[in-house]
Design a protein around this ligand. Structure first.
Ligand code: UD1
Length: 417
């Protein structure tokens, strides 16, 4: 599969245009199943998870055409029974394709979803919501069959604001009979984006961005054209890289308000941050300042997806502290790898504790999940000497051009295939 090689110690300076959002585009790709008319998406990131999603649509019977950053999809008539377990189990978000197939075709086979190994990641809430909407759920060891005539609107009380469950209920509710209310809904920007897209297709939705969303089911949706917004976690990756190496970075195409919780942390660590309507600037001089206590949480709190990214500048900071991980139970897989690089860091239950060191040193490390993998690349950027990162297939799940982007802003980084 190859490795990424980084010769560390260079400051990063320049400007980057941020790729389309992985977490926004995946439910939108599932939403194309809800209409038989053509859909056209722009600013679609060229990442593995999108590639798998497009393969799923093709396997279901859709016609998919990619042109540079755009995708044209025509799902005139699909057969949900065509989906093979191997493809579905490659990616956790394949569960959203089940919700959309159930809603539009009354049938779906759900194979144990894959994705990053960051925790148990149960699907009980997804299944309960489908049951509450009248679906028949037949659970087997490795797969589940979902079936329904037409789903019925109802009131859902989510026991926690799951992003995936909120998206799945939205996909199911837009074509359901009657009104669906989601109480305790996720408020992430990607939920708002999905609702904007579904509304373009003719869905009747209100309240997205708050914890109660109301959907009035319609008989039919039509095709849509949609521009995928920038990826706030990729933006966070580049910002945290500059925090670790020092330097100055302009990011274009971003909505900085979506990253408010992170930007406030970066300012506390010593960054100068400037925000404009569709761009932002960060400058980091000197060593980062450590923060005694941080915790991840549901939006608008600090995202779990930036936890390992932030850990790199914190491990190089003046000071010590801890981060409490409150969303996933196994999100510290980079800790032993960082220890190999000289970081003083260890885990204690759902907390990771660090003491800032003067420098990290390059060595061979292995990525075991998407954001942790990107964080190891960042650690390599800031380390003395050479770092070789394997397991890069995880990184390619979510980053279109991590190596090229970092090279453009001054990193000494390359692929060794
Ligand atoms: C999405 C994001 C992921 C992000 C996560 C949390 C996508 C493609 N992925 O993942 O990058 O880290 O939100 O912001 O958008 N849970 C249950 N039962 C369920 C479903 C979820 O207990 O049926 C729990 C999970 O174990 C977790 C919590 O709910 O502890 C939140 O997970 P969820 O928001 O569902 O994450 P994803 O949608 O999988």
């Amino acid at each position: 599969m190859g490795t990424i090689v980084v010769n560390g110690g260079r400051r990063l300076n320049g400007q980057l245009f941020v790729q389309g959002s992985k977490n926004a585009v995946l439910p939108i790709l599932a939403a194309t199943i809800l209409t038989r008319e053509p859909c056209y998406l722009r600013h679609v990131p060229a990442i593995k998870d999108v590639q798998v999603s497009l393969q799923i649509l093709s396997q279901l019977g859709g016609r998919v055409t990619r042109m540079d950053g755009s995708v044209h999809i025509e799902n005139a008539i699909l057969n949900p029974e065509n989906l093979t377990p191997t493809l579905a189990s490659k990616m956790r978000s394949s569960i959203l394709f089940s919700g959309a197939c159930l809603s539009a075709y009354g049938y779906s086979r759900l194979d144990k979803p894959g994705g990053c190994l960051i925790g148990e990641r149960p699907i009980d809430m997804h299944l309960q919501c489908f049951r509450d909407m009248g679906a028949h759920v037949e659970e087997h060891d490795t797969y589940t069959i979902l079936s329904a005539d037409r789903l019925q609107g109802c009131i859902h009380h989510l026991r926690l604001p799951s992003v995936g469950v909120t998206e799945n209920v939205l996909l199911a509710a837009v074509l359901a009979e009657g009104t669906t209310i989601i109480r305790g809904a996720a408020r992430e920007p990607e939920i708002v984006t999905l609702c904007q897209c579904l509304r373009k297709a003719g869905a009747r939705i209100a309240g997205e961005g708050s914890s109660q969303i109301t959907v009035q089911g319609v008989e039919k949706l039509h095709g849509f054209v949609f521009h995928v917004p920038a990826d706030r976690i990729v933006a966070a990756t580049y910002l945290c890289s500059v925090m670790a190496t020092g330097g100055s970075l302009w990011l274009s195409g971003v909505n900085a308000w979506e990253m408010d919780s992170l930007l406030r942390v970066l300012e506390r660590m010593g960054a100068e941050v400037g925000v404009r309507p569709h761009s932002m600037h960060l400058q980091m001089k000197g060593k980062p300042v450590g923060i005694p206590f941080l915790q991840t949480g549901y939006y608008p709190e600090l995202p779990t997806d930036v936890q390992s990214l932030l850990l790199i500048p914190l491990c190089l900071s003046k000071g010590a502290g801890e981060i409490e991980e409150r969303i996933f139970e196994n999100r510290f897989r980079i800790v032993p790898e960082l220890q190999k690089m000289g970081a003083v860091v260890h885990t204690d239950g759902n907390r990771v504790r660090y003491e800032g060191v003067e420098a990290l040193h390059g060595t061979a490390v292995r990525a075991a999940e998407l954001r942790g993998g990107a964080a190891l690349v960042m650690a390599g950027l800031a380390a003395q000497g050479q770092t070789v990162i394997s397991g890069i297939e995880y990184i390619e799940r979510g980053y279109e051009n991590l190596v090229g982007d970092l090279k453009r802003i001054g990193a000494d980084i390359y692929y060794e295939r």
